[in-house]
Design a protein around this ligand. Sequence first.
Ligand code: DP6
Length: 399
Amino acid sequence: MPEDNMDKPNIVTCTAPVNIAVIKYWGKRNEELILPINSSLSVTLHQDQLKTTTTVATSRSFQEDKIWLNGKEEDITHPRLQSCLREIRRLARKRRNDRGTAVDSTCLSHKVHICSVNNFPTAAGLASSAAGFACLVYSLARVFGVEGELSGIARQGSGSACRSMYGGFVQWIMGQQDDGKDSLAQQVEPETHWPELRILVLVASAERKPIGSTSGMQTSVQTSCLLKYRAESVVPGRMVEMTEAVRRKDFPAFAELAMKDSNQFHATCLDTYPPIFYLNSVSHQVINLVHCYNRHYGETRVAYTFDAGPNAVIFTLQQHVTEFVQVVQHFFPPEINGGQFIKGLQVNHADLSEELKQNIGLEQMPKGISYIISTTAGPGPCVVEDPTQHLLGSDGLPK
Ligand code: DP6
C-alpha cells in the first residue's frame, strides 16, 4: 500500500431487509447464544420500502470501535453488538490462518467505525433490529473479507435477524446442538417465486411503546405452559405445512396458517403471567375486518399477522390489493391533512360496492391507522457499490 494511503479507511456500505414471520419465533433455550425453542418461517420484505443501510470503516488511525445509529452515537459495549464483532473477527482470523497469509491483509487489528440508518421511521414500530443486525453482520463480513454462512452470527445480534440474511421465504431451523452451530437460517424459495403476493403494513397510531420481545419472551418461557405446548407439539407440523403452502403458492393454506400462528403467538402472550398485550383495539378491528371480508367472498383472500406490537401486516394477492386497501380506507378513515396515506408500491383507486360495505358491517374507526406501506417480498442484503452513498466520510466520521 502506498505510504499516503496507509491511514485511508477501508469503507463498505450495505443494505439489509426487514422480515415478517408467518410462523413465529417466541422463546429461547439459550439466552446468550440466542437459540430458539422452535423453528420459524418468514417473508423478507422489499428494500425499496423498508431497509437498513450500514457503512463500516476500518483504519489504522481509529482509536476505538464506534457506532452511530440514526444519527446518534450509541454504546458499542452492548453485549449483542460485541458478540457480532467478536464472531466476525474470529471468522476473519480463522480464514487468514487457514490461508496462511503472512500479512494482515484484512485489517484485523484495526478498529471499526459503524454508521447505520433506516429508511423508515422508528416510530412505525417495525422491528428494526432484524434489519439492523443483518446489515451490521453483512457489512462487517465484507470489510473483513469473510464469506459464507453468516446467519449464525446475525442470530447472535437478534434472533429474527438471521432470517433477514436471505431474500424471499426463509426458515430459521432451531437446531439441536448446545453450541448453536446448527441453528441457522435457510432460504425456502427466492423472492421471484411468488410475484403475485402483496404485503401491506398497516401502521396503527400507537399510544405507547409495548414490552420488548427479548424480555417478553423470557417471561413467556418462564410462565406459559401454552408456549411449551406450542413449541413442542404445534410448530413442527406447521413448519412442514407452511413450507409446502409456500412451495405450491397456495394462498388460502398460507393465509390461514399465518393467521392461526399469529393468533396462537398472541394467545401465548395472554397466557404469560403477568399477561402481555401487544394488540390494541385497532388491531382487533383489523382482525375482524379481514375475517368479514373473507366471509363476504366465501374464500380466504386476505390474511393478517402481528408481531410484538399493534401494527398489522397484511398478505393478499395482486388482484385483490386495490379493493382491500379501499376497504381499509373506508373503515379507518384517515386524517385529511395527514399527507400520503399509502406509501410504497402504487395502489389504484376503486369504488366499493354498498353491498360489500354493508356485509362487512363494522363501525368505522377514524384515524385508527396512520398510514399503509405497500410492498412485496424482496431480496436479501446487498452491497452498495456507489461510494457517494457511504454514511461515513474519509475521516471515518458520519457525513
Ligand atoms: C414477535 O428477534 O426481536 O417478531 O432474539 O430477543 O432479539 P431477540 O428477539 P426478536 O424477536 C422477534 C419476535 C417476533 C416473532 C418473529 O419475528 O419470529
